[in-house]
Design a protein around this ligand. Structure first.
Ligand code: EPS
Length: 397
């Protein structure tokens, strides 16, 4: 089973990740990791930090001659901004100069609770690790699982359906067409837009909304659509709570900074309709494999993939650092004060969609490994193909 950890502060020397359990024999090129890191850095509405960084991962272990060897893989991404923080973020030396403590928490951020929970007199250490900069390490780590899934014919793609008031969450016909070519096509189309939207009109409205928010010193959240194609039926299981595919996918999405809501298929709309208008009916012709004309379940029934496209939706709240600060207070004086201002983004929804693609990859990869077992790619693919053949046989008249 694949598991990974990340380490690193936003303005420390580097971000690191250790990925354990990747099967052997998977070809990995540096671009497989670095292209995903570059995608994460893009998007209209980002702040100044992305102009400083050019995230690339150094591979310190686990890959030999371009292939995984089954050993833990260590990845390291240098923080270029570190050179400006060597004093403020020094590991050992006490700075001679007085570094003013940050004592005014931002509503909506980890600041207040983190500071009290860990017993700090300064919010800085909370800001450093709660920062969404950590997602660079996650994207790098999860890009490996994405490559593994690609070998198994499973593609993950995403686009942004709404940013603040702009856009709409109804599936577009364009999306259906792109999905039929695999979820990666959907992502390629979204990557062509600076807000990762598929529709020009929505894109223009989103850009205008971001411009307005920036002018107002405000921030915007949005809605992200994730699709996974090529998933064989039967990944995940209903037999135990912690092996349910829908629950694991939702947890992965909710683990992304600022993601506060997850939907599978059209779950919230389904909740307001009678069952007759919700469940995806099955049609068979001459003993063929069952055909569904709808996918309101989002490709998961009984917590297992049902062979349809998996569709997940995530809601990202607006970033908590506002240039027009909100009401807060100073912990050192316990007096009212406007909240702390820290360099930040106006909108990071496009980046969040790339992160969403990444974090679901190890979940799917583990569900696949649970089905097939196996320590190296060839063995896994052999078993997967045998399983797929047995399903096809089942549906033969
Ligand atoms: C981010 C890096 C951060 C922020 C942003 C995302 O860098 P800095 O704090 O130096 O500007 O731009 O993080 C946040 C919005 C946050 O609340 O922490 C990144 O690499 O994605």
């Amino acid at each position: 089973m694949i598991r990974y950890f990340t380490a690193g502060e936003s303005h420390g020397p580097a971000l690191s990740a250790i990925v354990e359990g990747m099967p052997a024999g998977i070809s990995i090129a540096p671009e497989d990791i670095n292209d995903e890191l570059a995608r994460r850095q893009r998007g209209y509405g980002r702040g100044g930090r992305m102009n400083i960084e050019t995230d690339t991962a150094a591979v310190l272990s686990g890959i030999r001659f371009g292939k995984t060897i089954g050993s833990p893989i260590t990845l390291q991404i240098e923080n270029r901004d570190w050179k400006n923080w060597t004093v403020k973020m020094a590991q050992f030396e006490q700075p001679e100069e007085n570094i003013p403590a940050i004592t005014i928490p931002r509503p909506g951020h980890a600041d207040l609770t983190g500071m009290i929970k860990y017993g700090f007199q300064d919010i800085r250490p909370v800001i450093e690790r709660a920062s969404a900069r950590e997602t660079a390490a996650r994207v790098a780590a999860c890009s490996l699982a994405k490559v593994f899934l690609r070998h198994a014919g499973i593609q993950i793609g995403s686009y942004v359906s709404a940013i603040g008031p702009a856009g709409e969450i109804a599936p577009s016909p364009k999306m259906q067409e792109l999905l039929s070519q695999g979820a990666a096509s959907l992502s390629r189309a979204a990557d062509a837009s600076c807000v990762r939207m598929l529709d020009k009109e929505n894109e223009e409205a989103a850009i205008a909304a971001i411009d307005k928010a920036k002018e107002d010193g405000d921030t915007l959240g949005g809605i992200i659509e994730v699709f996974i194609t090529g998933v064989p039926l039967g990944l995940g299981t209903y037999v135990q709570h912690d092996r349910r595919l829908d629950a694991s996918l939702a947890a992965a999405l909710l683990s992304i900074q600022a993601v506060k809501g997850v939907e599978i298929g059209s779950a919230f709309d389904n909740a307001r309709r009678p069952g007759s208008q919700v469940h995806d009916e099955m049609y068979v012709e001459d003993g063929s494999a069952p055909v569904r004309k709808t996918n309101r379940a989002g490709g998961i029934e009984g917590s297992m993939s049902n062979g349809q496209v998996i569709h997940l939706r995530a809601a990202m709240k607006p970033i908590a650092t506002l240039m027009s600060p909100l009401h807060s207070f100073d912990l050192s004086s316990m007096e009212a004060h406007l909240s702390h201002i820290e360099r930040s983004d106006t909108c990071a929804v496009p980046a969040c969609s790339v992160i969403a693609e990444a974090v679901v990859a190890p979940i799917l990869a583990n569900a696949l490994l649970e089905k097939t077992g196996g320590d190296h790619l060839e063995e896994i693919l052999e078993r997967l193909n045998a399983y797929k053949a047995s399903i096809a046989k089942q549906f033969q008249a």
